[in-house]
Write a protein that binds this ligand. Structure first.
Ligand code: 13P
Ligand code: SF4
Length: 342
């Protein structure tokens, strides 16, 4: 890749959506790192999986697989390389390791947590199971391997509503995302499904910041000048935000919605990485308002990916005790089964 190729791919991204604006000079400086990483991937038989929220130069320059957490879990399941470098957050790297116990899995971000994954631990799940013995425990994929090992099935934002509907149990404990849980209850009511759903009180610190009043203000100011705004939100947003949105879905589903709908004015209520990616792909559209950044996703850089390939720090390795891994694999396999059911 050359500096001018990278600049061409990045030049329509607003500086408000990235940690570092793309100029011809910054692109020239990033390219040697990109080319070195791509050489090392071949030498070490490694692949890079990247979530949409990481910086665009990672997605455009070094990622072999890009997607939402469900697609990346499917990708991780069929990767043949010896080493997986997961440019995202630790729970996604853990999912890759759970599915590939013999491969080396590396998470390059120096701060690869997630406010949801940190909201609950396995011990708390075990106590809740004693309190709610008749409930099916459904965890969001944004949880640790230990939490998954103590739950019955996990879900992602792309399949959460369908899996909850398909589960035979009418007593569900969903954890840890309270806002997504409230969205589940709303969607089950809309579908005419009657289940008793208990919730935990975690949240995503990035998505909880969006509110309905902002949507009203943006829509109203566009109406004055005779224009519409299409609002697209992630299901980790507040129910009032989801209720006011035209479309809700996972990051891949939001991408597919934009690919298939030629909407001009878009308010994309999710992490900035997806906004940046969509600005690059659809320069003729207007992405309105500011987005929020996830500091965990943004702790992945080209330098940290290079380090993961050259000489990974011990903290970059994902290792999971076998008893926990096999329990978590059962929980993730249940997700694959229920997601495939029609
Ligand atoms: P997706 O599965 O929709 O990509 O969501 C992952 C995530 O962490 C959202 O904050
Ligand atoms: Fe976790 Fe929110 Fe960051 Fe997604 S955006 S990784 S849910 S903190």
């Amino acid at each position: 890749m050359t500096g001018s190729q990278l600049y061409e791919a990045m030049k329509n991204i607003s500086p408000a959506a990235v940690v570092q604006p793309y100029t011809t000079q910054t692109c020239e400086r990033l390219v040697p790192l990109i080319n070195r990483i791509n050489e090392l991937k071949k030498e070490k038989n490694a692949v890079v999986l990247a979530h949409y929220y990481v910086s665009p130069e990672i997605v455009a320059g070094v990622a072999d697989y890009v997607g939402d957490s469900y697609k990346l879990a499917l990708d991780a399941r069929q990767v043949e390389a010896d080493t997986i470098v997961f440019a995202a957050v630790r729970f996604m790297g853990e999912t890759a390791k759970i599915l590939n116990p013999t491969k080396t899995v590396l998470v390059p971000g120096h701060d690869s947590g997630c406010s949801l994954a940190e909201a609950i631990d396995a011990q708390t799940v075990r106590k809740l199971r004693v309190q709610y013995p008749e409930h099916t425990f459904v965890c969001y994929i944004n949880t640790t391997a230990g939490v998954k090992a103590d739950c019955d099935v996990c879900v992602t934002s792309s399949n959460v509503y369908d899996i909850i509907e398909r589960l035979p149990s009418d007593k569900i404990f969903f954890l840890p995302d309270l806002l997504m849980g409230q969205n589940i209850i709303r969607e089950m009511t809309r579908r005419g499904i009657h289940k008793s759903i208990e919730l935990y009180d975690g949240n995503c610190y990035v998505h909880k910041e969006y509110d309905g009043a902002l949507i009203d203000a943006v829509r109203m100011s566009h109406q004055i000048v005779g224009e519409d705004v299409t609002v697209i939100a992630h299901p980790e947003c507040r129910p009032e935000v989801v209720a006011k949105s035209d479309f809700t879905g996972s990051t891949s589903q939001m991408t597919a919605f934009l690919e298939s709908s030629p909407v001009r004015n878009v308010m994309l209520l999710t992490e900035c990485g997806l906004n940046a990616g969509m600005q690059a792909r659809f320069p003729e559209r207007r992405f309105i308002g500011s987005c929020n950044m996830c500091r965990y996703m943004k702790s992945n850089t080209l330098s940290s990916i290079l380090q993961a390939l050259e000489n990974p720090a011990p903290a970059m390795h994902v290792d999971i005790e076998e008893a926990v891994r096999s329990g978590a694999e059962r929980c993730i396999s249940a997700m694959f089964r229920y997601a495939a059911k029609r």
